[in-house]
Structure formats: structure tokens, C-alpha cells
Design a protein around this ligand. Structure first.
Ligand code: ATP
Ligand code: MG
Ligand code: MG
Ligand code: MG
Length: 476
């Protein structure tokens, strides 16, 4: 297979050489020019077919979506629009595509329509760009942590713990569903289940990650995460990917600094390595927004927004300050918020977006949330009311990171678990880290798809994951 990828052909270095290219037909004009794409870039390569090279039957089979193998000479293009093209010396059809039935017609399709054609939407320019950027970000994540000496620790997908205590778990069982063994009190008897106890798909790798940090100092996990929550929003999926670093000897401030550095690193990486795709997405967004009234359009283009984020510090406020800002806001006075605002509430997306988009106009890190709305493992502050938590809020999205310094003091942790009805005996493996050489430590979780949303400027989380799982939707 001496095939050259289209991206490399377009760089023009091989002009004058014999090349082989394979890909899918995007268009065929004047019985002479075929544009093909192989997914390495949104740009197609033009194939020039001279009279007599192929018979009429073959010509008819060159339809949108058909796959081809072409050999020929890479030459400088005579026409406008592309630098190079291939003068074909042979053309072979690898797979036919019925032009009448091909689901992607050469018109603009809505994202909703394409979601139902998930198997073919990869062949569109929008999704081509989105998924190449997604790939690049995944790669950059490993590079960032590897450069800093973090160990990539694989935390389990099958687990018996509910780290978040939110009860949003997918249960896993091998018990016969039509004949569940019951205990005397009529509860399901999981002792007969595969693991001998109730298990579920992981909602977070954090607790296991903490065990890693207590030995390797710095670890991260990066894997699929499952939450059976009502994900009928543009920001929630039932299956999403999360990056969770966990660091020993870190306090909340160290954690905050690392998270900001990490997000900027990812943006910088994409800006450097995926410029063409980001420019495409930038233009796409501007086109989309043309139909919106002026006040609803973004002030900055996608690239301008990313540059701005790279070049400015994130704002840092406490939860209490956030509440004060919201209560003093014109939006609050005009009763624009749907959810009530008072100290103690969990910030809703509308509140987060107000802080980021209207008030500060930059990413915001909110720290020190009320303990009652956060998980048991967060470190308790001396005020007795708040914990050393942090959320990072991004424009257009709201929360993209949730993190905290962890409670490393055994007595305080046990007391909190008791208050929250978390059985300490089942968590003994976790509490051991506090029994034997406990140290201050901290970590955070970045929702990978929310990061991809942010970098690509897409607005629905279903459009940045190859196969979206949402309520009532697990087709393919
Ligand atoms: P939210 O408030 O948006 O529901 P969360 O506070 O429940 O998020 P965390 O438990 O803090 O989420 O998880 C860490 C990160 O994982 C979040 O900041 C977010 O980026 C991402 N995340 C959480 N739930 C989902 C989901 N259902 N789909 C996609 N990403 C998610
Ligand atoms: Mg949630
Ligand atoms: Mg939240
Ligand atoms: Mg959170």
C-alpha cells in the first residue's frame, strides 16, 4: 500500500511524482474532475481524468460516496482553488455507492439529521473537523501529563462504589432478570451475582485515583464514565469521557493552577496542530450565526475566543462572591433567572453562564462551595460551612471542571461519612490511605466532551462524541 494521504499530497512536496490515492468521492463534474476525500483533511484532492482513460460504464459509477483508488502524477493545478491535482493514469472503483440512496446529498444537512446518520456523518466537513480536533486533544492530554511525570493509571469501569453519591449509576448484573433471587426482606440477593455483590459502571475514577496518588504522587485517569442521569440537555451524556488527575502534596490553589494550565495547554495544542480545522469551524460558526439577531451572535469568532482564553488569566472568585454577584445583577432584578438564588443552592447552568458570559467575559474558577451540595470526600474548610471545592466555568457551556482538595484527616472524613450515611466498612480500602501516611492531596475531573465543545465551538454535546448515548438513544 503505497498510498499517500490527501493531506500530505496537498502540501505539494511530491509534485511531479507518481502517487496513489484512495478515498471517497465528494463530487464529479464535467465527466472530468473528481474530488475525493480520505478524512485526513477537509480539503479534497482533485483528480483529472483525460478523455479515453475510463469507459462510460465506469464513469457512471463515479458517484458521491463511492470509493476509488487512483494512480497518477501529482501536478500543479491549472485551475483555481487548489494548488495541486492528480492527472490520473488509472482509476479503479473499490466500492459503488447508489447515488439515489446515498444519505448525504451535496447540500447542507442539519446537525440533527446527521445525528441519525452517525455512520456517515464522519464524512462531512463539520464532523471531519470536529473529530480530528477531538483526536488531537486526546493526544495532547497524554502529552501534557507525560511531560509532567504523571502516571496514567487505569481505574476500573466495573466498580462497587458510587463515588459521587448521586445515585446516577447504571447497574450491572448477570442475575436472570426474569427471576431475580430475593432475600427474606424481598431485596435482591446480589450474593448470587457474578461479583457476589451489587456493582455498577463507574461514575468517576477518583476514589481509585486517590489510591494511585498516595503512591505515585501524581496520576491521571482518562476513560469512559457513565451516568444514568437525565441527560436531555446539550451538556450531558449517559456515556462520556473524563480526565481525572489526582496529586499528592497539592492544595486547592495548586489544583486550580494546574487545571488552568492544563486547559490552556489543550487549547494551545489544537491551535498549533489543528489550525485548518479550527478555521473551518470558525467560518462555519459565523455562517450559522448569520441567521441569529445581532445580540445573540458571539462577540468573538472561535479562534479569537480561543486566543483570548489563552492570553488571559481565568477569574477566581469564591462561591459566596458568586452568589453576591448574581443577587446584585441586573438579570436578577429583572427576574431573568428561572432558578432561585440564595446562599446554599447549587449553581445552575443559567447562573454559571451569566457569571462567565455577561459578568466576567472570561472563564471563571469558583471555589469554596457549601459542603451540603458537594461530595463527602472534599476537604472541610475552617468555617464549618464550606469545602475546598472548585468548579471551572467556560463561556457557552458552564461547568467543565469539578475538583477539590480532598479531606485527608481521617477523623473529619469519618465524621462526614457518618453524617451522609456512607457505610465506612465498605469504604475501608479507601480510608486506608488516611490511616497509613495520609497527605494533603487534590484533583479534578475535566469532562472531555465539554472541552471538545469549547474548542470546536459546537453547541450540542451529541455532536462532539462519535456515538452519543442519551436517554432512549443507543442505536449504534
Ligand atoms: P453537572 O453539574 O454539569 O451535571 P457534575 O457537577 O455533575 O456536572 P462532576 O461530578 O463534577 O459533574 O464531574 C466532573 C466533570 O465531568 C464535569 O465538570 C463535567 O465537565 C463532566 N460531566 C459530568 N457529567 C457529565 C455528563 N453527564 N456528560 C458529559 N460530561 C459530564
Ligand atoms: Mg451532574
Ligand atoms: Mg455540577
Ligand atoms: Mg461538578
Amino acid at each position: 500500500n503505497k498510498r499517500t494521504k490527501i493531506k500530505d499530497l496537498l502540501s505539494g512536496e511530491q509534485v511531479g511524482q507518481e502517487v496513489i490515492v484512495m478515498g471517497w468521492v465528494r463530487s464529479f463534474r464535467n465527466n472530468q474532475f473528481v474530488a475525493i476525500n480520505d478524512g485526513s483533511t477537509n480539503n479534497n484532492i482533485q483528480i483529472v481524468i483525460e478523455l479515453g482513460l475510463i469507459d462510460e460504464v465506469t464513469a457512471k459509477r463515479i458517484t458521491t460516496g463511492a470509493s476509488l483508488k487512483v494512480s497518477g502524477t501529482l501536478i500543479e493545478s491549472l485551475g483555481k482553488g487548489q494548488k495541486v491535482e492528480i492527472k490520473a493514469t488509472s482509476l479503479e472503483i473499490l466500492g459503488d455507492s447508489d447515488a439515489e440512496k446515498y444519505p448525504l446529498q451535496p447540500k447542507k444537512h442539519s446537525l440533527e439529521f446527521l445525528r441519525e446518520k452517525a455512520h456517515l456523518r464522519f464524512r462531512t466537513n463539520t464532523f471531519g473537523a470536529v473529530f480530528r480536533v477531538r483526536h488531537a486533544l486526546a493526544f495532547a492530554i497524554h502529552q501534557f501529563f507525560n511531560e509532567r511525570g504523571f502516571v496514567y493509571l487505569h481505574t476500573p469501569i466495573l466498580t462497587a462504589s458510587d463515588a459521587e453519591g448521586a445515585g446516577e449509576m447504571f447497574q450491572v448484573t448477570t442475575l436472570p432478570l426474569n427471576n431475580l433471587p430475593k432475600k427474606e426482606n424481598n431485596e435482591i440477593d446480589f450474593s448470587q451475582d457474578f461479583f457476589g455483590k451489587a456493582t455498577n459502571l463507574t461514575v468517576s475514577g477518583q476514589l481509585e485515583g486517590e489510591l494511585g496518588a498516595m503512591a505515585f504522587s501524581d496520576i491521571y485517569t482518562f476513560g469512559p464514565t457513565f451516568r444514568a442521569e437525565n441527560s436531555n440537555t446539550t451538556r450531558h451524556l449517559a456515556e462520556f469521557w473524563m480526565i481525572e488527575p489526582e496529586m499528592a502534596f497539592y492544595d486547592l490553589e495548586d489544583n486550580r493552577i494546574l487545571a488552568e494550565e492544563f486547559i490552556k495547554y489543550l487549547i494551545g495544542y489544537a491551535m498549533k496542530h489543528n489550525r485548518e480545522d479550527l478555521e473551518f469551524l470558525d467560518t462555519r460558526l459565523k455562517e450559522e450565526e448569520k441567521s441569529l439577531p445581532q445580540e445573540k451572535r458571539s462577540e468573538l469568532g472561535l479562534i479569537e475566543k480561543l486566543e483570548f482564553v489563552l492570553n488571559n488569566n481565568f477569574e477566581h472568585i469564591s462561591y459566596s462572591e458568586a452568589i453576591d454577584i448574581l443577587l446584585a445583577s441586573p438579570a436578577y432584578k429583572k427576574k431573568k433567572f428561572k432558578y432561585e438564588i440564595k446562599w446554599g443552592i447549587d449553581l445552575q447552568s443559567e447562573h454559571e453562564r451569566y457569571l462567565v458570559e455577561k459578568h466576567f467575559k472570561k472563564p471563571v474558577i469558583v471555589t469554596d462551595y457549601p459542603k451540603d451540595i458537594k461530595a463527602f470526600y472534599m476537604r472541610q474548610n475552617d468555617d464549618g460551612k464550606t469545602v475546598a471545592a472548585m468548579d471551572i466555568l467556560a463561556p457557552g457551556i458552564g461547568e467543565i471542571v469539578g475538583g477539590s482538595q480532598r479531606e485527608e484527616r481521617l477523623d473529619k472524613l469519618e465524621k462526614r461519612m457518618k453524617e451522609m450515611d456512607i457505610p465506612a466498612d465498605e469504604m475501608s480500602w479507601y480510608l486506608d490511605t488516611r490511616r497509613f501516611g495520609s497527605v494533603p492531596h487534590a484533583g479534578f475531573g475535566l469532562g472531555f466532551e465539554r472541552m471538545v465543545l469549547f474548542v470546536t465551538g459546537m453547541t450540542n454535546i451529541r455532536d462532539v462524541i462519535p456515538f452519543a448515548r442519551t436517554p432512549k438513544n443507543c442505536e449504534f
